[in-house]
Design a protein around this ligand. Structure first.
Ligand code: NAD
Ligand code: ZN
Length: 383
């Protein structure tokens, strides 16, 4: 007998992102107001903890003054891309969640960079099949992009984010003051995602980045804060409002430049940060779009000029490994990561984009050659 049961249901999510300064200052209720007396296990990125030696004590003092029910002193776990290179951080986070009896009504508070949040977020998403997570991204890239999204994951089989889950955090708290301890490279990194999202969606934002570029390049925190704020908003609005938050379709409409970026991150063994790799990938995609005849040359020049003013280098010698063949495997890996048909987003103007399903190897090779020929390392990128 043939039979079936075919049901349909939907679940409503809320995606809240708070912007504040000095989140752990006595009297700042942004964070404390989220927990309502439930248990909270705090976990902190090791790189952040060493850059801010007072931070762990400040978190504990905040817990006491604001009545947050912390289960322990902050647990410091490896930050940076090392957090994602194997399952050690995920396992340590899971062990602490188990030991502290964190349930689906309690919280993990994860404070750190995008990589740390990806690893701890994966632990939170899988412990008891999902406990509540409050993310506090502490890098420009985290606050403007990675931390305000709904994905987590670690790298396995040499592939970026191969193991991970979609999980909407309970809340995200962006504390601008935490960015002050980043070095010039860290401050710059997230700006490339602001350029990317402005190029795809918001010409006025792109123009404001051009105007602010000298201040941004100097690491002016107010200008960085403005860029990060709008970048976070555009990324989050896209996720909440474009009908495919969990990327069930074949398209990744925010991933301009990312097919090459992900490949370059692994090819360079993370010598390039995510932001630096995206800058190269973005430049490559811009030139490809120009050569495919869909993006005006003047807009491509404008975009490359902005990246250069911000201090990004737009070439990596690894692009020419094996005559470019290795880089090109990134296209298939990108398709495979999402499944379905290859779908790349490319700009058609500053603030507008389209999708293509083919990227001829010759176009990519020509663009890579051009980036090599144009390569002048910006002073800021030499550090
Ligand atoms: N989940 C997503 O949707 C998503 C989106 C984009 C990127 N990502 C991922 O995010 C990762 C990159 O994140 P990132 O750019 O934040 O870098 P990162 O997490 O690697 O952090 C960079 C370094 O800064 C340190 N650090 C963090 N905060 C600091 C602070 N305030 N002061 C001083 N040092 C600090 C970290 O310890 C680390 O050493 C990549 O793995 C990327 O794939 C995820
Ligand atoms: Zn990115």
């Amino acid at each position: 007998m043939d039979d079936s049961i075919d049901l349909e249901f939907s679940v409503t999510y809320r995606h809240r992102i708070f912007f504040t300064e000095d989140a752990f200052r006595t009297g700042n209720r942004t964070l404390a107001g989220l927990f309502g007396g439930a248990k909270v296990i705090p976990m902190v990125d090791s790189g952040l903890a060493s850059a801010r030696p007072q931070m762990l004590a400040a978190i504990q003092a905040y817990g006491r003054s604001e009545g947050v029910n912390f289960t322990r002193a902050p647990l410091v776990l490896t930050g940076g891309e090392a957090a994602k290179k194997d399952s050690a951080v995920v396992k340590a986070a899971l062990a602490a969640i188990e030991a502290d009896k964190i349930c689906r009504h309690s919280y993990v508070l994860a404070v750190g960079g995008g990589a740390f949040l990806d690893a701890v977020g994966f632990a939170a998403a899988t412990a008891h099949r999902g406990v509540r997570l409050v993310r506090m991204p502490t890098t420009t890239l985290g606050q403007g992009d990675a931390g305000v999204g709904v994905k987590n994951g670690i790298n396995t089989f040499g592939k970026k984010n191969f193991t991970g889950a979609f999980a909407v955090p309970s809340a995200v708290v962006n504390d601008l003051a935490l960015l002050a301890s980043l070095d010039a490279r860290g401050l710059r990194d997230g700006l490339v995602e602001a350029v990317k999202v402005s190029l795809l969606k918001d010409p006025a934002f792109f123009a404001s980045l051009e105007k602010d570029a000298p201040a941004l390049a100097r690491g002016d925190l107010a200008a960085v804060g403005r860029a990060v704020r709008r970048s976070a908003e555009l990324h989050a609005r896209h996720i909440a409002g474009n009908g495919d938050p969990f990327e069930l379709g074949s398209a990744r409409p925010l991933d301009l430049g990312h097919w090459a970026a992900h490949k370059l991150e692994s090819m360079t063994d993370h010598r390039l940060t995510h932001g630096e790799a995206v800058a190269v990938g973005l430049a490559l995609d811009l030139l490809c779009a120009r050569d495919l005849g869909i993006f005006p040359a003047s807009d491509a020049e404008r975009s490359l000029a902005l990246l250069a003013t911000l201090g990004f280098r737009t070439y990596a010698p690894e692009m020419h490994l094996e005559g470019g063949a290795k880089l090109l495997t990134g296209l298939e890996e990108f398709r495979e990561h999402l499944g379905g048909e290859l779908t790349l987003v490319l700009p058609t103007a500053v603030g507008a984009s389209t999708q293509v399903h083919e990227m001829p190897a010759a176009v990519v090779r020509k663009a890579a050659d051009e980036l090599r020929a144009r390569d002048v390392q910006p002073c800021a990128a030499r550090s």
